[in-house]
Design a protein around this ligand. Structure first.
Ligand SMILES: [Zn+2]
Ligand SMILES: [Zn+2]
Length: 320
């Protein structure tokens, strides 16, 4: 496997020594040097992942787009979400904000003699194959992500937050990170609690998050890409996820949507929510056609998402 960390390390050291450490000394915070050094690495790795994603995926959008747009202004806010999320700035902030929650939770588990059950102990075969162990954790984590996503559509308060993600009518690979901040905070609690409960090791967890982010960026791409009959059922594809974003799929029907999985369509197939029979059409939310407003700028979207979550009235689009 390519040592990504080895790629950013020289830059990390240079940036840290020339720009960040002097600032820390000036602020009298040199005791934090180790943590800030690690955070610098995470942020650089995140920025590198944006560049790699852009170089790999953007050409597809230019080459075989599903939709052609006259103007790409609506995508700018999604690029901002991507920068905030993939740089690690938001995930690190969420994690730090939640530190007061983790420490008592760990202490409580410890005091009650509860240790996380390890998949490798249940299935000894996994101990000898790191690849199979990684796959098993990916399947399990994806199962929990499937339910989190399904409930984002099922519960109206949660849909208020998640509707910000669906309100993009020009869906491109940037759209992946377009999520309400509170939704990001809930996801951090959810994923960390699951990782703690099922005993995912730190390095496996980072690998899983990188895999999820790559598949998710790809699944929002505005390009006519199909993985073939089998591939479409094996891994979430742009086609599969575009159907999820289709107008009318947001909260309508018995399951209030379809194709909820992040990595593996298997969960949708087993739980009866997979749809392979429809052609992806226009994306967005049905009431946008009647002028419903979900905000255009970052802060406006944050406000509108919160208002919708709380059931407060939101005025229609100013231009309608
Ligand atoms: Zn959704
Ligand atoms: Zn999406």
């Amino acid at each position: 496997m390519v040592d990504l960390y080895g790629l950013v390390e020289p830059l990390q050291s240079w940036l840290f020594e020339t720009a960040i450490l002097p600032v820390l000394y000036t602020l009298g915070e040199s005791a934090l040097a180790d943590e800030v050094f690690d955070a610098t690495g995470i942020i650089l790795l995140g920025l590198l992942s944006i560049v790699v994603t852009f170089l790999l995926i953007r050409p597809l959008e230019a080459w075989i787009p599903v939709e052609r747009w006259r103007n790409r202004r609506a995508l700018r806010v999604d690029a901002l979400y991507t920068l905030l999320e993939k740089s690690g700035l938001l995930p690190i902030s969420f994690f730090l904000l939640l530190v007061p929650l983790w420490l008592p939770a760990q202490a409580w588990l410890h005091a009650n003699g509860m240790t996380p059950w390890q998949l490798e102990e249940l299935i000894p075969r996994l101990q000898t194959s790191p690849f199979l162990a990684f796959l098993a954790y990916a399947l399990l984590l994806d199962f929990f992500e499937y339910w989190r996503h399904r409930w984002q559509h099922r519960f109206n308060w949660w849909w208020g937050l998640h509707s910000i993600h669906h309100s993009q009518q020009q869906m491109s690979f940037w759209c992946d990170s377009r999520n309400h901040l509170l939704d990001g905070l809930i996801q951090t609690v959810w994923l960390t609690a699951i990782a703690m409960a099922i005993g995912i090791q730190g390095s496996q967890f980072v690998g899983l998050v990188i895999l999820m982010q790559l598949v998710e960026s790809m699944s929002h791409v505005n390009a006519r890409v199909s993985y073939g009959w089998f591939g479409e059922r094996l891994i979430v594809s742009p086609r599969f996820h575009r159907v999820h974003h289709g107008i009318g799929e947001e909260q309508e029907g018995r399951n209030r949507g379809c194709n909820f999985a992040v990595l593996f369509p298997l969960w949708d197939i087993l739980l009866g929510t997979a749809r392979f029979d429809v052609e992806p059409g226009a994306t967005g939310i049905r009431d946008q056609q009647q002028g419903a407003y979900y905000g255009e700028g970052f802060w406006e979207q944050q406000r509108v998402g919160l208002w919708r979550m709380l059931g407060l009235p939101v005025a229609n689009h100013p231009t309608h």
